[in-house]
Design a protein around this ligand. Structure first.
Ligand code: NAD
Ligand code: IPM
Ligand code: MN
Length: 365
C-alpha cells in the first residue's frame, strides 16, 4: 500500500463544506487503488486570523511543506475585508503560495458535454472547449515592490503597486507552459500587454527566446484585452494559454463561465520541487456559505489534480474524474448548474452521489 500525507486547509466560507466532500472522495478513490492517506487539517485565512491572529500560522506553512500535497478550500469573507493588508485572509494565501514556491498555476477550463447547456454562451460556441490556462503565481503585481500607500505632490492619498518580472521568473513559467502545451495540442498562446507595459515587453521577448527550445509547439501572442474578447467570441481557438499572475486570475474566472459555473473549475499549483497546492479557482462565496448550496465539484476535481500532478497517481485521478462525469450523467446538479430536467441537490448530497459513482465506477469509463 502506498501512503501519503495530505495537508487539508479548509479555510473560510464554503471552503470547509467543499473540502469535506473532496476529502471523502479522495479517500474512497484512493482506497480502490491501494493508496492510503493521512490527513492533517490546519487553519488558514480568516479562520486562522480568528484562532491565532495571523492568516498563515507558522505551523500551517510547516505542515504544508512537510506533506506530500496540500488541498485548500477557499479563504476570505466580509468579516476581514477591512483588515490591514498583513491581516487579510488573502495575504495568508499569497504567503502560502510563495512559501511553497508554487510558481505555476494550472487552471483547466473544459466544457463537459453534460453541461454544455449550462454555459451562458450558445451551444455551438461552448461545445468542445478545452483550454488550459497556465498562470504565473508567485510574481508580478501581486508581489512587486514598491507597493503601499503614500501621498502625492498634491498632498492626495495614493495607493501603488508594481508589476515586475525578472527573466528567470518568465523563463521558468514559459518552459513549463511549453511542456504542458506539448502534452496537449501543441499550441501555446502567450497573453500580455506588451504594447504598453515594460514587464510585458520583457515577458514577450523571453517567451520568444524559450520558444526556440520547443520548435514543435506553435506559439502565438495576444494582448490581454483582445484575449478577453476572443475567449467569449471563439473560445475553441485556444489550446494552452500562458500569462502573468493578474491576467491569469481574471482570464481564468472568465474561462470558467464557458464551462457552466465557476463551481466546476479546479487548479493545481506546482513549483520546481516540494509539495503542490491544489484548490478550486473560486473563492469562499460568502453569499451562499453555511447553506449547503456550494458546488463541491471544483474541489473534488482539484483532488483529482492532486493525485495526477502532485502524486503521479493517474488511475485514482481518472477514477474521480469519471465519477464526476457519471454523477452529472445521472442528472445531479447544485444550484449554480441547475436547469429543468435535472435534480437539484446540495453540497453534501452531491458528495454522496459522487461517492456512489466512485464505488460503482462509471460504465462509460
Ligand atoms: P467567489 O468566487 O467567492 O464568488 C463569486 C460568485 O460565485 C458568488 O456568487 C458565489 O456564490 C459563486 N460561487 C463561487 N464558488 C461557488 C461554488 N463552489 N458553488 C456555487 N457558487 C459558487 O468570489 P468573490 O465573491 O469575489 O469573493 C469572495 C471572497 O473569496 C473574497 O474574500 C475573496 O478575496 C475570496 N477569494 C478567495 C479565493 C481563494 O481562496 N483562492 C479565490 C477568489 C476569491
Ligand atoms: C484566486 C483568488 C486569489 C488570487 C486571491 C484571493 C488572493 O482570486 O485564487 O484566484 O487573486 O490569486
Ligand atoms: Mn481569482
Amino acid at each position: 500500500r502506498r501512503s501519503y500525507n495530505i495537508t487539508l486547509l479548509p479555510g473560510d466560507g464554503i471552503g470547509p463544506e467543499v473540502v469535506s466532500v473532496a476529502k471523502d472522495v479522495l479517500s474512497l478513490a484512493a482506497s480502490h487503488e491501494g493508496i492510503e492517506f493521512k490527513f492533517r487539517e490546519m487553519p488558514v485565512g480568516g479562520s486562522a486570523l480568528d484562532a491565532t491572529g495571523v492568516p498563515l500560522p507558522e505551523a500551517t506553512l510547516t505542515a504544508s511543506k512537510e506533506s506530500d500535497a496540500v488541498l485548500l478550500g477557499a479563504i476570505g469573507g466580509y468579516k476581514w475585508d477591512a483588515n490591514e493588508k498583513h491581516l487579510k485572509p488573502e495575504t495568508g494565501l499569497l504567503q502560502l503560495r510563495a512559501g511553497l514556491g508554487v510558481f505555476a498555476n494550472l487552471r483547466p477550463a473544459t466544457v463537459l458535454p453534460q453541461l454544455v447547456n449550462s454555459s451562458t454562451l450558445k451551444k455551438e460556441v461552448a461545445e468542445g472547449v478545452d483550454i488550459m490556462v497556465v498562470r504565473e503565481l508567485t510574481g508580478g503585481i501581486y508581489f512587486g515592490k514598491p507597493r503601499g500607500f503614500g501621498t502625492n505632490d498634491k498632498g492626495e492619498d495614493i495607493g501603488f503597486n508594481t508589476e515586475v518580472y525578472s527573466s528567470s521568473e518568465i523563463d521558468r513559467i514559459a518552459r513549463l507552459a511549453f511542456e504542458v502545451a506539448r502534452k496537449r495540442h501543441s499550441r501555446l498562446c502567450s497573453v500580455d500587454k506588451a504594447n504598453v507595459l515594460e514587464a510585458s515587453m520583457l515577458w514577450r521577448k523571453r517567451v520568444m527566446a524559450i520558444a526556440t527550445e520547443f520548435p514543435d509547439v506553435e506559439l502565438s501572442h495576444m494582448y490581454v484585452d483582445n484575449a478577453a474578447m476572443q475567449l467569449i467570441r471563439h473560445p475553441k481557438q485556444f489550446d494552452t494559454i500562458v500569462t502573468n499572475n493578474i491576467f491569469g486570475d481574471i482570464l481564468s474566472d472568465e474561462a470558467s463561465m464557458l464551462t457552466g459555473s465557476i463551481g466546476m473549475l479546479p487548479s493545481a499549483s506546482v513549483g520546481e520541487s516540494g509539495p503542490g497546492l491544489f484548490e478550486p479557482i473560486h473563492g469562499s462565496a460568502p453569499d451562499i456559505a453555511g447553506q449547503d448550496k456550494a458546488n463541491p465539484l471544483a474541489t473534488v476535481l482539484s483532488a483529482a489534480m492532486l493525485l495526477r500532478y502532485g502524486l503521479g497517481e493517474e488511475n485514482a485521478a481518472k477514477r474521480i474524474e469519471d465519477a464526476v462525469i457519471e454523477t452529472l450523467n445521472r442528472g445531479f446538479r447544485t444550484g449554480d448548474l441547475f436547469s429543468a430536467g435535472t435534480t437539484l441537490v446540495g453540497c453534501k448530497r452531491m458528495g454522496e452521489e459522487v461517492l456512489k459513482c466512485v464505488d460503482s465506477r462509471s460504465p462509460l469509463a
